[in-house]
Design a protein around this ligand. Structure first.
Ligand SMILES: [Zn+2]
Length: 116
């Protein structure tokens, strides 16, 4: 079985464990992979930052306030991006983006809280 370079597809001569035809192709391939993972991290960080700004846009009274799912979505909130969960002893789970969190309530209502 003939192996092909992961970068350019050229046939590889020599050792069976070789993945690239040349150092050039190895570097080119690895640079692309690194770039993709850097973009991934950047995109997720941007989403988290946006979610944080949205939560932060609600004025809190005594560390909390209420809003609706619709209002959060209207502002562009993405429920897929959080940094951590916090579950109370009673089993209530808060979803946090850094130190700002939300708790889904009944009827599409949400409680927004700030961690002390
Ligand atoms: Zn190659």
């Amino acid at each position: 079985m003939k192996k092909k370079c992961l970068e350019c597809g050229a046939e590889i001569m020599g050792r069976v464990d070789k993945k690239y035809c040349s150092d050039y192709c190895r570097n080119a391939y690895n640079n692309k992979v690194n770039k993709d993972s850097k973009n991934l991290v950047r995109n997720i960080n941007n989403r988290l930052r946006k979610n944080y700004r949205i939560l932060d846009s609600f004025p809190l009274r005594e560390g909390k306030t209420r809003t609706t799912r619709t209002r959060l979505l209207d502002k562009g909130f993405d429920f897929d991006f959080i940094t951590n969960l916090y579950t109370t002893k009673k089993g209530t789970t808060y979803y946090f983006v850094y130190d700002l969190g939300y708790l889904p309530l009944d009827n599409d209502q949400y409680m927004i809280v700030k961690r002390e």
